[in-house]
Ligand binder design. Sequence first.
Ligand code: HEM
Length: 128
Amino acid sequence: VNIQSPFEEIGGEQVIHELVNAFYSRVGRHPDLAPIFPNDLSETSRKQKQFLTQYLGGPSLYTSEHGHPMLRARHLPFEITPKRAKAWLTCMEEAMDEIGLEGPYRKEFFQRLVLTAQHMINSPDKPE
Ligand code: HEM
């Protein structure tokens, strides 16, 4: 038998690092997202690499350093609107395209991210 975690299936640490780098380079340039993120995304990016590693069944890097993720609570200081959730997911989808992440695990991974992103929404869209 060969029981691999999704973390291993997608290519492990190297692929997570490529994905997260490609993702935050888009977030930093996105007009709806950039305003709520720090200018220097290196620490955010480091935490996200730790988080996604454990989210996909790899080593619990995030929890070892920061404790329970409590992701929704950690996002409450920021206005997360449906529009921003969509933008976040678009940046992630484009990052997956950029690094050439393909296959059934991509679809599963992305579907989970859609649910998590929806869960982060804490504010309504603003009227234009
Ligand atoms: C942190 C925005 C969805 C995981 C943050 C930060 C912002 C943010 C502004 C703080 C960055 C910083 O100060 O360093 C958003 C928006 C989302 C979203 C607009 C749209 C729905 C997600 C999702 C995940 C996620 C879906 C996980 C799959 C994280 C993690 C952190 C973080 C792990 C670092 C928490 C910490 O400080 O320890 N996010 N996020 N976010 N986000 Fe999100």
